[in-house]
Design a protein around this ligand. Structure first.
Ligand code: FE2
Length: 331
């Protein structure tokens, strides 16, 4: 049973805590007019719902693109993201901020993630207006978009797929950002992938079935997910794209990977890399996805990221009704 399912089952079988007031003597005063929740009346299962695993944040996705101008038109003008003003500000690479997360877009042959990326955006109407405005500049590429009742689906000029959604309780505390990465994996591989993230990365995983096909959902930091969905469709060969994550415990997974010769890169500036997801039960490589694993001592951990309000224009930023700046979200 997955940790999440285990928590749910535990919550359902744990006797209900006595109602507040059954033991008034246990109340602790927290100052005039306030009473703290008595510790004896909080169930452990309730607290466990706030647990997170060893992977704290999926910070960036690195996708090479062959044209920085088209990349700017799509990611900055169309999607409304913000070019990082501090790093790689030239024409060979571009870091693009999306809330507290990023896309890294080095100049090279294009890479395409084998699935789709879920993005929380603050304003779907604004997104649609932006995407409409860049359509003429992106014709004759794979750029496309459509809106339905729940969100906006977008394809970048090179075929990467995005699903844009408004903030919700599913992604607590996220006003904008990369909330979800879904990867298509071959039939029969989800369980082995789940064991890797549970046993090697020490991260909660939920195994489920969607339309009869297994799915492993990895919890990241309480408001992000890395999802591996089995499919019977053909899956392109891995092209080298990568994700960057922050981990609390670095050495356990490092030792496991090192022992099996699976490290792509040793520790450099508080980060290391691997790409083979290996089933710890069988030793089989069940999927490939390059991970850049960073520690909390990494110099860019919780670095404040600048985010603009994409709804602003020279016309709207004038007069008495001009919006209040909100340039920095997060820390
Ligand atoms: Fe990276």
């Amino acid at each position: 049973m997955s940790k999440k399912a285990d928590r749910k089952a535990s919550a359902e079988t744990t006797p209900a805590a006595p109602a507040m007031g059954h033991n008034p003597g246990a109340s602790v005063s927290a100052g005039p007019g306030r009473t703290m929740n008595p510790p004896g009346e909080t169930r452990i299962a309730e607290v466990a719902l706030d647990d997170v695993g060893n992977i704290f944040r999926l910070e960036h996705i690195n996708l090479r693109i062959p044209d920085q101008t088209l990349g700017t038109i799509f990611y900055v003008m169309g999607m409304g993201f913000t070019r990082d003003p501090h790093f790689v500000v030239g024409v060979d690479n571009m870091w693009v901020n999306v809330g507290e997360t990023q896309f890294h877009l080095p100049h090279h042959q294009p890479q395409v993630l084998r699935g789709w990326i879920g993005i929380v955006v603050p304003n779907l109407d604004g997104l649609v207006a932006q995407l409409s405005a860049v359509e003429p500049r992106l014709k004759n590429t794979q750029f496309a978009w459509s809106r339905d009742r729940k969100g906006v689906s977008v394809s970048c000029p090179w075929g990467n797929k995005f699903r844009c959604m408004l903030p919700s309780a599913k992604y607590p505390g996220m006003r904008q950002g990369i909330a979800h990465v879904q990867l298509n994996v071959p039939l029969g591989k989800a369980a082995g992938i789940a064991r890797f993230y549970q046993q090697v990365m020490d991260t909660p995983v939920t195994l489920s079935a969607r339309k009869g096909l297994a799915c492993a959902s990895v919890d990241i930091g309480g408001n992000q997910q890395l999802v591996f969905q089995e499919t019977d469709a053909a899956i392109p060969a891995f092209d080298g794209h990568h994700i960057a994550v922050y981990a609390g415990n670095m050495s356990k997974a490092f030792a496991w990977l090192k022992k099996r010769g699976l490290l792509l890169e040793g520790l450099i500036r508080h980060q290391y890399r691997f790409k083979d997801i290996v089933d710890p039960d069988t030793g089989e490589t069940v999927f490939e996805l390059e991970h850049e694993v960073r520690s909390f001592k990494h110099p860019m951990f919780l670095r404040p990221l600048i985010n603009r309000d994409a709804s602003w224009s020279a016309a709207s930023f004038s007069g008495e009704a001009r919006p209040v700046p909100s340039l920095q979200w997060g820390t």
